[in-house]
Structures are given as structure tokens and as C-alpha cells.
Design a binder for this molecule. Structure first.
Ligand code: SAM
Length: 313
């Protein structure tokens, strides 16, 4: 074990968990059914109501990477005309269907929320063109193997004038961009340590905390990159700049884009030359975006977009 491995291991061992507050609130162990249920319920009750969702009444909505389904169910419950949630993870989909039944039963025994969950990849959707008014993608853009293909497909299935809402996604450079809130727990670890060191230390931590093998199954194999630790190797290298450039290539106009600044990030956000720089990626926990398909839609990829700086206030 080299010096940097030793330092990182010692610090990680003593670092407080950034998940502690959420785990306390949900009152369940991560990775258990009780945790998933409490998480979906929390999404349903709280997350969306706190300013992350625009008006959905009467809209046909698609949620991509719907996970445990809390947000899809919420949108169906607050008046969307129809909601379809897609995901690749069959366990998540089964859970989401059960959750929808539970929520429906709260209204009356024979009521069914207008929500369905379908197994489908967001980069190869089989829906016809111009089927939805709103596409929602929460906490997923950093997980798609081909995020630009997902954006292209979202553009295709949106009606002209419709929007792609991304309440949160995180840059690989952001505070927890490596998604190692369990085990290593440290923020900005990618700035100070190599991926090889991070992987070696995660493997060492797992020896005394076997739960990490369930949360990061790749630990048991021969991981080369941090993304290999994840069950589906689903962590891409997206940054805010790449995201905006993709959106413009696809033909969206960027109606809003706001990083969630850390304390220092909030200061940096006020400095125009730094606002769109990599420093903002580093000094943030994530970002939200709303992309609009023009009312008179151009053919995907043929539009001549204006510069990023011009589009982002
Ligand atoms: C971090 S979870 C977020 C789930 C949910 N949106 C939330 O906020 O709780 C990412 C989800 O994206 C799904 N996913 C990853 N790649 C996908 C793809 N190509 N098509 C559909 N879903 C995908 C995963 O299966 C997983 O359920």
C-alpha cells in the first residue's frame, strides 16, 4: 500500500457519511426494500413539490430512467393526462409498478393512476415521433452510456414546443461526481487521487464493510475505472459544457441551466467569465436544465445553433 493509498484510506475511515441524514430520515438501510419504499415515498411527497417540476396538468409525460417510480406516480397524481416511466432495471420497474398500485389504492380500491412502467432503453425508444409534451430525466444524465443519443431520442418523441426537464444531473467533476457516497464518502476525491488509488482503497474498505460489495458489485471483479464499480458500469464523463453542446447539436434551445453551487460556487456563479467554466462544475453538486424543442421543429442535427454563451444567460 503506497503513501497516497494509506492517506486516503485513513481519511475515508474517519470521514462522516454524507448519506447519514438521508438514511436517518428514511429510517432504513440502503439496498433494502424498506429503503427503496421510503425513497420512492420521499420523491412522491417532497422532492417534486419543492420547485423541481413545472405544471403537468393535462400533459402526456415520459420519464426516462424512472427508477423506483416516485416522480412518475407523483406526476400522474397531480393531473398529468398520462405518464410513462421507462427504465432498463427490471427490479426497479417491478417496484415502481407496485408503488403505483399502492398510491392508486389510497384514492379508492378500483382507481388506477394514469401511469405505466415499461422496460426500454432511453437511447432506443420505440415510441412514435411527437408523442409527449414533457420528457423528464432526473438523476440520470450522468448514467447514460450515450447521453447524446438519449437527447436525440427525447427530441424526437417530444411534440413541437415540448420540453426536456432535467431537475438534477451532475458533472463528473462535481462534488460527488464519482458517486462514491458510501465507503469512500469524501467529496472531490477525483481532484486529489488517481482512479487506481480510489479503487484500491474502496477494495480495502470493503474488506471490513462487506455491504459495499452489494452497493458496488464491481468491487469483486477486476475494476479498472471507477465506473466499473457500479452494477451497470453506468457512469459517463459528462460535464456541463458537454451537456449544453449536446443539447444544441440536437436542436434544443436551452431555456434554463443552473448549477447548484456549493457555498463557494454560489460566489463563483456571480462572476461572468467563471460561470460557464469547469470551475463551476467543480464547485457544484449538480445542475438543472430545461431544454425546449422549438415550436416549429427543425430536423434533428441540421439546425445552426448560436453559441453556448449566447444561449445561457
Ligand atoms: C440513479 S438512478 C435514478 C432513478 C430516478 N430517476 C431517481 O431519481 O430516483 C438511474 C436510473 O437510470 C436507469 N438507466 C440507466 N441507463 C438507462 C437507459 N439507457 N435507459 C433507461 N434507463 C436507464 C437505471 O436503471 C436507473 O434506474
Amino acid at each position: 500500500m503506497g503513501f497516497s493509498d494509506y492517506v486516503l484510506y485513513r481519511v475515508a475511515k474517519n470521514w462522516p457519511s454524507p448519506m447519514a441524514k438521508l438514511v436517518r430520515e428514511l429510517n432504513a438501510e440502503p439496498g433494502t426494500e424498506a429503503y427503496d419504499m421510503a425513497y420512492a415515498q420521499r420523491q412522491f411527497d417532497w422532492k417534486v413539490r419543492h420547485g423541481m417540476l413545472r405544471e403537468v396538468t393535462g400533459l402526456d409525460v415520459l420519464e426516462i430512467g424512472a427508477g423506483h417510480g416516485g416522480i412518475s406516480c407523483f406526476m400522474a397524481a397531480v393531473g398529468a393526462r398520462s405518464v410513462v416511466g421507462i427504465d432498463l432495471n427490471t427490479k426497479h420497474l417491478e417496484f415502481a409498478r407496485r408503488f403505483a398500485k399502492l398510491v392508486s389504492a389510497r384514492y379508492s380500491s378500483d382507481y388506477e393512476l394514469p401511469v405505466t412502467f415499461v422496460e426500454m432503453s432511453a437511447d432506443r425508444m420505440t415510441f412514435p415521433d411527437e408523442q409527449f409534451d414533457l420528457v423528464l430525466a432526473d438523476n440520470v444524465f450522468e448514467h447514460f452510456a450515450d447521453p447524446e443519443a438519449v437527447m436525440r431520442d427525447a427530441y424526437r418523441v417530444l411534440r413541437p414546443g415540448g420540453g426536456l426537464l432535467v431537475p438534477v444531473f451532475s458533472s463528473i467533476l462535481s462534488k460527488y461526481g464519482f458517486h462514491l457516497k458510501h465507503g469512500l464518502k469524501l467529496p472531490w476525491v477525483h481532484l486529489f487521487f488517481s482512479e487506481r488509488t480510489i479503487i484500491r482503497v474502496m477494495r480495502r474498505l470493503a474488506k471490513t464493510d462487506p455491504k459495499l460489495f452489494e452497493l458496488y458489485p464491481g468491487l469483486a471483479d477486476n475494476p479498472q475505472r471507477v465506473r466499473d464499480l457500479r452494477r451497470y458500469k453506468d457512469l459517463n464523463d459528462i460535464t456541463y459544457r458537454k451537456f449544453k453542446a449536446m443539447a444544441m447539436r440536437v436542436g434544443f434551445s436551452i431555456e434554463s441551466f443552473s448549477p447548484f453551487g456549493t457555498r463557494l460556487g454560489k460566489v463563483v456563479q456571480r462572476i461572468p467569465p467563471l460561470r460557464n467554466s469547469r470551475i463551476m462544475d467543480i464547485l457544484s453538486t449538480g445542475a438543472s436544465a430545461y431544454l425546449r424543442k422549438p415550436a416549429k421543429a427543425s430536423t434533428v442535427g441540421t439546425e445552426q445553433p448560436t453559441s453556448i454563451e449566447h444561449q445561457i444567460a
